[in-house]
Design a protein around this ligand. Sequence first.
Ligand code: AMP
Ligand code: ZN
Length: 482
Amino acid sequence: MDLYNSATHRKQPLRTHTPGRVEMYTCGPTVYHYAHIGNLRSYIMEDVLEKYLRYEGYDVHRVMNITDVGHLAGDTDTGEDKMLQGAQREGKGVLEIARFYTDAFFDDCRKLNIKTPDVVQPATGMVEDYIRIISTLMDKGYAYFAGGNVYFDTSKLEHYYVFHDHDEQDLAVGVREGVEEDANKRNQNDFALWFTKSKFEDQALKWDSPWGVGYPGWHIECSGISLKYNGEYLDLHCGGVDNAFPHHTNEIAQSEAYLGHPWCQQWFHVHHLNTNAGKMSKSRGEFLTVSLLEERGYDPLAYRFFCLQSHYRKALVFSWENLDNAATAYQKLIRRVAALQPGDGPVDEEVVRAYREKFIRQVGSDLNTAQGVTLLYDGLKAQANAATRLAILEDFDQVLSLSLLEKGAALREEQARVQAAQTQGGYTVTGEGDPEIDALVQARGEAKQAKDFAAADRIRDELKARGIEVTDVPGGAVWKRI
Ligand code: AMP
Ligand code: ZN
């Protein structure tokens, strides 16, 4: 596949250290709050990338950290510890917060069909490894001890900036958030590898180290975790573009200084989800979560569909109107899949293979997911029987993960149920899968059939008060949340 590489600033064929295998690393969430749908845009696109590589036949080994210590409010070692902020906000312990938001993150991922990486490693579980790496950096003269902390000395490197073609505004995000200067640093870009109480007297999580009781910096966590699980040669590193500087820049600095050879070949950066107010952020302004989308009646996969419609290297503007358009298109797509009756003959494997080749050619060009979505529509119109067309969609869905076949089949069954009920003169309730509401709508229908209109109206009012809209259809009713 061809992929844009932020380190070389051009699109190039993916090359891996071991042919056929991709060692892939993803910066995981900082678990002091729910992930917002901007974070999840990054995880959706990284998920599609991983699945695409598997689709092409690569053996992918994907590792992700969970940041549960060391990430300060300003990405340049300034401000408060984010985990501590979360714990204080909720009056709970740091580990309790970490556990809660880690689970919440994976719940969101499940709803968005984001696969869990092969390895998920909380940062707090590997402190000994960071200490070992920092000790080596000290021995090699790349790190120094000042004011109780250990810093990486960026002046020891020939090249420090790697990703300088990114939008300056994106790069500045982390820097802007914190304002105070750290007087211990010899150079402005030096960054902390290890903090002691000089930084936070009351840090909840701390470990013994050769430099005093303290805790690791955020950047060393990702290097340490990747080196342990991906090995010394990383093929593909992913993250949101806000992390290119300083986080990824620092990961490269310390990993290569430690290893003494080039570390990661390919850098994949997902651009931001923005609102009218700018980048969606956990620390500033209103942010939207998957639960909120659900409360508003959206299928989380409609958000996935929305993300797939645009390229990962372009900022994506979120608005309810844009999401509505995507949700409508997604529902239409499901209806078209439902209209295909499977089992109408053998699958024409030749046709499926031809579509697969097209998909690889087009989506494999810098992960063109919008083209992947277009190919779904082409597949629906393929000159072949329904079974073949469904097979094409099933094949593409290995990468796009929109659950099209499952949802199509469920809708087909529901339609069949309603039809059967109509022919039997029964009363069928169709809704969003809430048994309590189903029962109320059913009771209303039966009251109407029994001509008890007062009771039927009473139930309708109660449903209305709960935000449920009921539409009568032949042989039953359909309800939805408004
Ligand atoms: P965090 O939980 O803050 O460590 O961020 C998790 C991931 O989300 C990182 O890869 C960030 O770069 C990414 N990210 C943060 N904000 C956005 C946004 N508005 N749009 C897309 N990705 C983002
Ligand atoms: Zn990272």
